[in-house]
Design a protein around this ligand. Structure first.
Ligand code: B4P
Length: 185
């Protein structure tokens, strides 16, 4: 059973690798960023609430993302496993997820992959992608938010012996190969 969380800075390759791995394992790839972007595109109530935060590079309020993750993890296609990409992004979200997984899976251990990539490489990748929130000023803010709010999760999961670190500064195929190697070991 594959139940994985992908951590990593903006541009570390979370979305890219989570998609590849989910396809490989035939399990759902659950990206809070993708769900928020779809909601923003369709201008749903969630999308309207999220828009301003995402465009400034800030995190969307916990209540919004917690609710969407809970709803998604209760869909039937998650029974054979799942990959969570971009959630949790704060210790408060990790605590929420703990409670949810205890309720859903009786707290079986989930593994957490941290993709490690230097800041200059992150910036270059995101500028090259050029999504709406990929301009230099917003990327700088996303990196700050990552350092302040998300990076503490590395120690949080390391202390609980759930953390696997992978070098994300390699070609796409090399990162995938290393990931498959470590999650199967
Ligand atoms: P996300 O969609 O999660 O965006 P991201 O952190 O920028 O990473 P992403 O997955 O898109 O990029 P990847 O590294 O794969 O979040 C966007 C926003 O949504 C957040 O800023 C926030 O506002 C909100 N949000 C999401 N989740 C939230 C939560 N839980 N709580 C609150 N708010 C939340 O790839 C980047 C680029 O690098 C791509 O172009 C890719 O092709 C390239 N790349 C990847 N791997 C590479 C490699 N090995 N070599 C060369 N290029 C590579």
């Amino acid at each position: 059973m594959t139940r994985l969380i992908f951590l990593g800075a903006p541009g570390a390759g979370k979305g890219t690798q989570a998609e590849t791995l989910a396809h490989h394992r035939n399990i759902p790839h659950i990206s809070t960023g993708d769900i928020l972007r779809q909601a923003m595109q369709k201008q749903t109530p969630l999308g309207v609430k999220a828009q301003d935060y995402v465009s400034r590079g800030e995190l969307v309020p916990d209540q919004l993302v917690n609710d969407l993750v809970k709803e998604r993890l209760y869909e039937p296609d998650t029974e054979q496993g799942w990959i969570l990409d971009g959630f949790p992004r704060k210790v408060s979200q990790a605590s929420f997820l703990d409670e949810l997984l205890q309720e859903k899976h009786n707290h079986q251990v989930v593994r957490v992959v941290n993709l490690e990539v230097p800041d200059d490489v992150l910036m270059a990748r995101l500028l090259a992608r050029g999504r709406a929130d990929d301009n230099e000023e917003v990327i700088r803010r996303r990196l700050e938010v990552y350092r302040e709010q998300t990076a503490p999760l590395i120690d949080f999961y390391r202390d609980r012996q759930q953390l696997i670190c992978v070098n994300g500064d390699q070609s796409l195929d090399e990162v995938t190969a290393e990931l498959l190697d470590v999650i199967d070991s």
